[in-house]
Write a protein that binds this ligand. Structure first.
Ligand code: IMP
Length: 443
C-alpha cells in the first residue's frame, strides 16, 4: 500500500486539509510531520466546518489512526483545547491519536519571545502567527528544547524548565523588556497537561514503521507550504520547519525508501499571510475580489491573506524541490467571475528574464511578474464533479497551468465540501488509491 506525502506548493493555505480529508478513507494512518498550531486546516463535512491546528485532518474519519510526528512542535494547552472541542463534537480520539514522545513542546516563554522578537523587527517583521513556533524550533536546534517524553518525567521536566527559564527570563527582560515567568506558574499547568496527554504519548516512529511493514498505508500531511520552508522558502520570511516533502521523513522517522509518492496542493491563484516577497501580489479591487470570493482570511489568526495571480515560477520550483508526482488544484470556482485570468510564467529583473526563483531577497523584492493572460470563463464551476462539465476556457486555464509548471494534475476542487471535487482518470492518485474511483457521488 502506498505511503504518500501531501505538501503545499505555495505559501500555505492551499487546501491541504480538504485533500487529506478526501484521501483519508483510503489509507490506514495520517501523520503530521512538521509545524505546529500555526497551521489551520479547514475541512467542511456536510454542513459542519472543522478547523484543525495540530491534529491531522484524518481524525474526522472514525477509526483512522492519526499521528503527531516528532517533527511537530506542540503547544499542550492548545492541543488539549483542540482535543476537547473534537470530543464535544463526537470525534473519538482514544485509540486513534498518537503523539510522538520526541515532539518538542511550545512553552509560554516561546510565545512571549515570538511576540517580542516580532515587535523588535519593526518593518522587517515576519508576520508570524505568534504561537511560539519559531522560538520552539530555535531551542530544538540549540539542544535546549523540552520534549513530550520529558513532560512525563516530573523531576527532569522541572530541571529542564528551571535551566531554560533562567536564560529565557534574562532574554525577555534585558533584551526585549518583556514580562518574565516563574517556574511555578508554568510547572503547575504543564504537569496537568502531562496527565491529560500521557495516554497518547508514544514511540510513533516505531509504530509507523511497524504499520508500514505490515502493508498498511500512511499519508503524510504537510503544513504550511514549500515557499515557507526553512531551507527552500523565501528566507527569512518563512516558518521554522521543513515544510517540503523531505521533512516527511525526518519529521516522522519513516525512511525516504518507504515513501512512494508526493502530491502537491496548489490553489489556482496565490495567497500569502505575513511579510515577505510575493511577486504576483494584487492590490486594490482585484485583490479584494479574490479575498472575498475565496474567503481568504487566516484560519488560525483571522488575518486577511495577501492575494495574487498564479505564479508558475513558484509552481515549477515546488515540483522540483518536492519531486511532485501530481498536483491537486484547488478553488477553481473562486476565479469564475473574472474577465481575464493571468499566470506569471517568469519574472523581469533589471531587464533580464528570470525563469527560476531568485536566491537573493533583493531580487525577489524587485522582480516583476511576466504574465500570460487568458480570457476568463465567467460562469459558475461551483460544485462541478466531472472534468467534461467545466467550461472550455476553465479547462484551457488548468491545462495551461499544468503545462507551465511541468506537472499534471490529479484533482480539481470546485468547492469547500468534500464531494465538490473532480478526479482525473489515469492520474497517479487513482493509481495509488484505486478505491478512490467512484468515491465522489455525482451531483
Ligand atoms: P510562524 O510559523 O508562526 O513562525 O510564522 C512564520 C510565517 O509563516 C508567517 O509569514 C506566517 O504567516 C506563515 N505561516 C505560518 N503558518 C501558516 C499557515 O498555516 N498558513 C499560511 N502561512 C503560515
Amino acid at each position: 500500500m502506498p505511503n504518500i506525502v501531501v505538501v503545499g506548493s505555495q505559501w500555505g493555505d492551499e487546501g491541504k486539509g480538504k485533500v487529506v480529508d478526501i484521501l483519508a478513507p483510503h489509507v490506514d494512518a495520517v501523520v503530521r510531520y512538521q509545524g505546529g498550531n500555526n497551521a489551520g486546516h479547514t475541512v467542511v463535512v456536510g454542513r459542519e466546518k472543522f478547523v484543525l491546528h495540530s491534529i491531522p485532518s484524518g481524525i474526522l474519519h472514525p477509526g483512522l489512526r492519526c499521528v503527531i510526528g516528532c517533527g511537530v512542535v506542540v503547544d499542550p494547552a492548545d492541543l488539549i483545547e483542540e482535543m476537547e472541542a473534537l470530543v464535544r463534537r463526537g470525534i473519538v480520539l482514544d485509540g486513534n491519536l498518537y503523539i510522538s514522545r520526541n515532539a518538542h513542546l511550545i512553552m509560554p516563554y516561546h510565545r512571549a519571545l515570538d511576540l517580542a522578537m516580532e515587535a523588535k523587527l519593526g518593518d522587517r517583521r515576519i508576520g508570524t502567527t505568534g504561537k511560539g513556533v519559531g522560538p520552539a524550533y530555535m531551542d530544538k536546534a540549540a539542544r535546549l528544547g523540552i520534549r513530550m517524553a520529558d513532560l512525563l518525567n516530573e523531576p527532569l521536566f522541572r530541571e529542564k524548565l528551571e535551566f531554560n527559564l533562567t536564560r529565557k527570563n534574562r532574554s525577555l527582560s534585558e533584551v526585549y523588556d518583556a514580562k518574565t515567568f516563574t517556574v511555578e506558574e508554568i510547572l503547575g499547568p504543564y504537569l496537568r497537561y502531562a496527565g491529560w496527554l500521557a495516554p497518547y504519548i508514544t514511540d510513533t516512529a516505531l509504530l509507523l514503521n511497524r504499520w508500514i511493514a505490515n502493508g498498511q498505508s500512511v499519508l503524510f500531511e504537510g503544513a504550511q507550504g514549500t515557499m515557507l520552508d526553512v531551507d527552500h522558502g523565501t528566507y527569512p520570511f518563512i516558518t521554522s520547519s521543513s515544510t517540503t516533502a523531505g521533512g516527511a521523513s525526518t519529521g516522522t522517522g519513516v525512511p525516504p525508501t518507504k515513501i512512494h509518492g508526493v502530491l502537491g496542493v496548489s490553489k489556482v491563484y496565490t495567497t500569502r499571510v505575513g511579510g515577505g516577497p510575493f511577486p504576483t501580489e494584487l492590490r486594490g479591487k482585484m485583490a479584494e475580489a479574490l479575498r472575498a470570493r475565496g474567503n481568504e482570511y487566516g484560519a488560525t489568526t483571522g488575518r486577511p491573506r495577501r492575494c495574487g495571480w498564479f505564479d508558475a515560477v513558484v509552481g515549477r520550483y515546488a515540483v522540483r524541490v518536492n519531486g511532485l508526482d501530481t498536483i491537486a488544484l484547488t478553488k477553481l470556482d473562486v476565479l469564475d467571475e473574472f474577465e481575464t485570468v493571468k499566470i506569471a510564467v517568469g519574472y523581469r529583473y533589471r531587464g533580464e528574464l528570470l525563469t527560476e526563483v531568485p536566491s537573493e531577497e533583493r531580487i525577489w523584492n524587485e522582480a516583476e511578474p511576466v504574465y500570460e493572460e487568458m480570457s476568463g470563463w465567467q460562469c459558475s464551476t461551483a460544485g462541478l464533479r466531472d472534468y467534461a462539465e467545466l467550461p472550455a476556457k476553465a479547462r484551457q486555464y488548468v491545462e495551461r497551468l499544468a503545462e507551465v509548471v511541468g506537472c499534471d494534475f490529479c484533482l480539481v476542487s470546485t468547492g469547500a465540501v468534500r464531494d465538490d471535487t473532480i478526479l482525473m482518470d489515469g492520474s497517479p492518485l487513482v493509481r495509488w488509491f484505486p478505491s478512490l474511483r467512484g468515491s465522489i457521488p455525482p451531483r
